[in-house]
Write a protein of this length. Structure first.
Length: 121
């Protein structure tokens, strides 16, 4: 794994204030059971940062953790190609993509949603 594909603490949104700031901007795009919220970095960090929101409605703990692992891995792989911003992914579906094709699908979906948000004023 390349050094730019790590998922360090500085690449995560952790505090409630960070999540609230992203949600308050109300810039979102949705596709395939995922909703991506984004806003500009204000913490002085460079690069994209990720926060995850996987509700109990999605499924039991096993399903929720599979989603989180899948999303973190996809973010690690595409982080260098994402515009520098803070992102929150909200999962709306319980079906977790599996296998290599599923992983590529999640990566492509994240990039597509980020590009749609970047085009908006």
């Amino acid at each position: 794994m390349a050094s730019d594909e790590t998922f360090s603490r500085s690449a995560r949104l952790r505090g409630q204030a960070d999540f609230a700031r992203v949600f308050d901007r109300r810039r979102s795009a949705a596709a395939g059971g995922l909703v991506l919220y984004a806003c500009a970095n204000e913490s002085g960090t460079t690069g994209a940062r990720l926060g995850l929101s996987v509700s109990r409605r999605v499924g039991n703990a096993v399903v929720r953790n599979r989603w989180k692992r899948r999303l973190r891995e996809a973010f690690r792989r595409v982080r260098a190609r994402l515009p520098p911003a803070d992102y929150v992914v909200v999962v709306k579906t319980s079906t977790v993509p599996t296998g290599a094709a599923g992983a590529r699908g999640v990566e492509e979906r994240l990039l597509e949603l980020a590009e749609r948000l970047a085009r908006r004023p």
